[in-house]
Ligand binder design. Structure first.
Ligand code: BT5
Length: 278
């Protein structure tokens, strides 16, 4: 496949888009520091809901909490979507869950792999991370004005592109399936699913999407996990999520049920290869 700077990817993506809102307009860059940073600037300048930024490579791809996202050229998806949902800021983290569902649905559409969601923002295949999501909020006078929903999917990246320490816990659809996947087809499916879920979410709230989320997260139920949340690290057993997308955990220490809105999850005794704690 000769597509040195991803322009063919961008053109075919535009042709395949079947959405009404998302991807209108679409900004494409052969290389950018971070699609989220650029989309945040566009949003502050008043860009319309549905505007997306796609890059073939990122030189400063961002994860959460100042972490970085490995973003080599020509192989993956680096996408940021500008949304302006008429909801309270407290509800905005639910968009992480919507994006994870859309990615899982798109993967299930284009290949025979079984995607699995790890609350709140990872999609795994065969226990390895193939997608990360970064939702960044903008507020005006305390009210939500925009959410930049950043989605990175490892589509065709070979193992050698990952640094040594990530090779046990990260993967790509290509590595798990053995054959390459068309980036524009996967991305168009992802945006179709995301738009459908987003419209439903605005109309009916997260409860309308909870069952679909749970379909992709059954592996996660009853797992022993540690969650690094703003209020400290908690260990316990996953009970599920509630109608607002918050994680419900039975605390190990107290046996109490704790509700967690944001946090970083480590599965104890397995599943997070290379990241294991016991
Ligand atoms: C995430 O953060 O998983 C959010 C990643 C969001 C990336 C997208 S790409 C488009 C948009 N523009 C951006 O600049 N960002 C968004 P977090 O949960 O903090 O996970 C980050 C951690 O995942 C790193 O510290 C590594 O351990 C690991 N990691 C880094 N790059 C990876 C990759 N390509 N695949 C799998 N794991 C990776």
């Amino acid at each position: 496949m000769n597509d040195p700077d991803g322009r063919r990817f961008a053109t075919t993506l535009t042709e395949k888009l079947q959405t009404q809102i998302l991807g209108k307009p679409l900004h494409f860059f052969p290389t950018i520091d971070s699609t989220n940073t650029y989309a945040a600037r566009l949003a502050r300048e008043g860009a319309a809901e549905g505007t997306i930024v796609v890059a073939d490579a990122q030189s400063g791809g961002k994860g959460r909490l100042g972490r970085s996202w490995i973003s080599p050229p020509g192989v993956n998806l680096y996408l940021s979507v500008i949304l302006r949902p008429p909801v309270a800021t407290i509800v905005a983290p639910q968009l992480n869950l919507l994006a994870a569902v859309a990615v899982a649905e798109a993967i299930a559409d284009v290949c025979p792999l079984l995607p699995a969601i790890k609350w709140p923002n990872d999609v795994l295949v065969n226990d390895k991370k193939v997608c990360g999501i970064l939702a960044e909020m903008q507020t005006e006078g305390g009210a939500l004005s925009a959410v930049i929903l950043g989605i990175g999917v490892n589509i065709n990246v070979p193992l050698a592109a990952f640094p040594e320490e990530l090779r046990e816990k990260a993967s790509s659809l290509f590595l798990e399936q053995g054959t390459e996947i068309d980036r524009s087809t996967l991305t168009a499916r992802l945006l179709t699913h995301l738009e459908k879920s987003y419209v439903l979410w605005i109309q009916q709230g997260f409860s309308a999407l909870r069952a679909t989320w749970e379909q992709y997260a059954t592996w996660f139920l009853a797992k022993r996990i540690a969650v690094a949340a703003p209020e400290g690290t908690v260990r316990g057993t996953v009970l599920g999520i509630d109608d607002n997308g918050a994680l419900l955990l039975r605390q190990e220490e107290s046996d109490r049920v704790q509700r967690i809105i944001v946090g970083d999850v480590t599965v104890l005794g397995g599943y997070d290869r290379g990241d294991k704690e016991t």
